[in-house]
Design a protein around this ligand. Structure first.
Ligand SMILES: Nc1ncnc2c1ncn2[C@@H]1O[C@H](COP(=O)(O)OP(=O)(O)OP(=O)(O)O)[C@@H](O)[C@H]1O
Length: 271
């Protein structure tokens, strides 16, 4: 409890709280879906699109989905920011845009340091063993072999993969979806990130693992950067985040302290 209070003081009382890590400025993200008009993704449809190049999107059968509409916010070092909202409201799109994976239609995203996106679909190699994936995943995040060696056991223990036998030396395809998601989270959480974005990772895994993950998110937040968490689980958001952005139909509907925003959101969803 005392720790928590200290934590809050760090957030509000020191210069640390004032270092911006992510700035979104009137950000708009638009997806373009090919073949939406004909419903065909065939070679002839592709050819006719090429022939019609130069004419406008509508004529070429390209449909636009305006997924994020004019979102602006500033996130600071030491914050854990929850993203909530109905299905299709733009949460994952916003995360992917912050990670630099989607171009902005207009507006901008500025990030301090290297943002890392951890999704339940983060790519690990199914045919390789858990062990190889820990090493590759670590290298992909920019850790040195030495650092990976040092943290290897910690990662395996955290994932709990070996609790029911020696699974870490088996290919990932033999893991249940929960086990695979736990390993992904454990690999990503082994590094101290400038900006760490987690998409629904806590929804997978059992309650025990969720608790461990929440604890790690609190540590990451204390140690260095900013954590973004997308979740439909209001309790996970309450337990880990100090601030919440609520998106609805691509627009930022509310931005504020966790309790206040979740209260309004629950009113909205009728819970
Ligand atoms: N690759 C894509 N191509 C075209 N449209 C997309 C694509 N991905 C998402 N969209 C659309 O963008 C909008 C926002 O989707 P997004 O996945 O960001 O929502 P979300 O809030 O994360 O939803 P959920 O809670 O269901 O995960 C939706 O209308 C969706 O249909």
């Amino acid at each position: 409890m005392a720790e928590d209070i200290r934590d809050e003081q760090t957030l509000t009382g020191t210069a640390d709280a004032q270092i911006p890590t992510v700035i979104a400025d009137e950000l708009h993200i638009v997806y373009r879906v090919n073949g939406a008009k004909t419903g065909k993704g065939s070679a002839t449809a592709a050819l006719s699109r090429i022939l019609k190049r130069g004419s406008d999107d509508a004529a070429r059968g390209v449909r636009k989905v305006h997924a994020v509409k004019g979102v602006s916010f500033v996130a600071y070092k030491g914050e854990a920011v929850g993203l909530i909202g109905s299905n299709g409201s733009g949460k994952s799109t916003l995360l992917r845009a912050i990670a630099g994976l989607l171009p902005a239609e207009s507006g901008r995203v500025y990030t301090h340091g290297q943002p890392s996106l951890l999704g339940v679909n983060a790519a690990l190699m199914n045919d390789l063993t858990g062990e190889r994936n820990v090493i590759l995943g670590g290298l992909a995040m920019g850790m040195s072999r030495e650092q990976i060696r040092e943290r290897y056991q910690e990662i395996v223990d955290f994932s709990g993969i070996n609790e029911k036998g020696d699974f870490i030396t088996l290919p990932m395809r033999t893991y249940s979806s929960g086990m695979a998601a736990r390993l992904r989270f454990s690999i990503a959480a082994a590094k101290d990130h400038d900006v760490l974005m987690i998409d629904e990772a806590l929804a997978t895994g059992d309650r025990k693992f969720q608790k461990r993950s929440e604890e790690r998110i609190r540590e990451l937040r204390k140690e260095a950067g900013t954590v973004f968490l997308v979740s439909h689980n209001n309790k996970s958001i309450r337990d880990t985040c100090n601030r919440v952005l609520w998106l609805e139909r691509g627009e930022l509907r509310m931005d504020g302290p966790t309790d206040e925003v979740i209260k309004e959101y629950e009113k909205f969803t009728g819970k």
